[in-house]
Design a protein around this ligand. Structure first.
Ligand SMILES: NC(=O)c1ccc[n+]([C@@H]2O[C@H](COP(=O)([O-])OP(=O)(O)OC[C@H]3O[C@@H](n4cnc5c(N)ncnc54)[C@H](OP(=O)(O)O)[C@@H]3O)[C@@H](O)[C@H]2O)c1
Length: 370
């Protein structure tokens, strides 16, 4: 039923055709610790909007521009888009260009919150445009969380563009970017030896946003699910291999193979709620996992289960000395937590060294009351 994929490199170097962005500034350096970080929101789907809403609610960030290609929101005032009663005078721009001569060239922008697509070959042209304008970027792009294995050439290209424009690019989010990689890595701080890591995240797929439900194939027939996974029409969860490699490479585990698999969970009866209707015999969710092997032994395993009406929790087990078991019975609310991770890491990105970095390279991110 499942679809097993041995992980392999897929990228090529992207030659940019959109060259009308130029390096326009020196890096953004907040002059005082309490300066607001001026930001652009790039990508205003459900996740980009949550990040934007969370940022405008805080006193340490200030919105200066917004970009999205979706024609149904281009030109709309951000105030209206996030449900405020009043306009704030910042419309959604269809691309970066209208912003360059205004805010960007005056070095008013410290950070871009980026939330458009999952695969680095799709987002690299967007990152090159942003970095070429001297903008720091923190992105939800899953494959940016650890791009060096799936896309080594693009990673190298992005690192060079970031360094030559003296700005920083980081991929983050709740998963990948925190729960099943950064958090287990952090927990090994208390270990003298680590021989294996297992991390599980279980979510109720009914509670998640529409694009996510579509991505995991809810309500498809089992045959359609398998066929769409195999042809790449359906991605299911993206970033399993990135999390496994982030753990394995950071901890020096010398992984020689990483495998991803997605198995459909078929509804044995009908499920009906305010959010979703699932017919019996159709896909109720997905069990996805990534395995990191050394000498044919599994040393890293992460499981991400997104199934309608299932119990939410996360659990991390570290085998070693001393061993560690960490469990969250509440289950982390993925979308609002992604917004939090992006804002809290965003503050570290602005202060980080130039280049393409991962969440592990940043100084310890955390919430700060503002
Ligand atoms: N790392 C994590 O933990 C994490 C967590 C949540 C989400 N994510 C990822 O974050 C991304 C955003 O999530 P979402 O649910 O909001 O996705 P979405 O519904 O697809 O929204 C993406 C938005 O970006 C726009 N867009 C696409 N290409 C663009 C471009 N080149 N320039 C400007 N705007 C562009 C889209 O416009 P159109 O609709 O017209 O294409 C859409 O409005 C997804 O890739 C998702 O998988 C990651």
């Amino acid at each position: 039923m499942g679809s097993l994929r041995t992980f392999y490199q897929v990228d090529t170097v992207i030659t940019m055709t959109k060259t009308n962005t130029t390096s326009v500034g020196s890096p953004y350096i907040p002059s005082r610790r309490k300066d607001k970080i001026k930001f652009i929101s790039f990508g205003l789907g459900p996740v980009g909007l949550l990040i934007l809403q969370a940022a405008v609610a805080r006193s340490d960030f200030e919105l200066v521009g917004a970009v999205d290609v979706n024609p149904s929101i281009v030109g709309q005032d951000i105030g209206r888009l996030i449900g405020n009663n009043r306009e704030i005078g910042i419309p959604v721009s269809p691309d970066l260009l209208p912003l360059i001569d205004g805010i960007i060239s005056q070095n008013q922008v410290g950070l871009v919150f980026h939330a458009t697509q999952s695969f680095l070959d799709q987002t690299t042209p967007q990152f090159i445009d942003l970095l070429s304008c001297g903008l720091n970027v923190v992105s939800t792009c899953e494959t940016l969380a650890y791009p060096y294995r799936r896309y080594p050439n693009l990673a190298d290209q992005l690192d060079q563009v970031a360094k030559s424009n003296r700005c920083t690019l980081v991929g983050a989010g709740i998963n990948p970017g925190f729960l099943l990689d950064l958090l287990p890595i952090f927990l090994t701080t208390a270990c003298q030896e680590v021989t294996g890591i297992q991390a599980v995240r279980n979510i109720d797929a009914a509670k998640r946003r529409g694009p996510f439900q579509k991505k995991v194939g809810l309500n498809l027939s089992p045959e359609n699910f398998t066929q769409q996974i195999e042809t790449g029409q359906l991605s299911a969860h993206v970033g399993l291999a990135e999390s496994v490699y982030l753990i394995g490479d950071t901890l020096g585990m010398n992984l020689d193979q990483v495998v991803e698999e997605h198995r459909p969970v078929i509804a044995d009866c009908a499920y009906s709620s305010a959010e979703v209707e699932i017919e019996a015999g159709r896909v109720r969710g997905v069990n996805s996992f990534g395995r990191g092997l050394r000498n044919q032994q599994e040393v890293v395993r992460i499981d991400f289960n997104a199934v309608v009406s299932s119990q939410e929790y996360e659990e991390i087990k570290i085998e070693g000395y001393p061993p560690v078991i960490w469990r969250n019975e509440l289950g982390t609310a993925g979308d609002s937590a992604t917004a939090a991770v992006i804002l809290n890491m965003g503050k570290r990105v602005v202060a980080a060294q130039p280049g393409l970095l991962t969440a592990v390279d940043l100084s310890l991110p955390h919430f700060t009351r503002t």
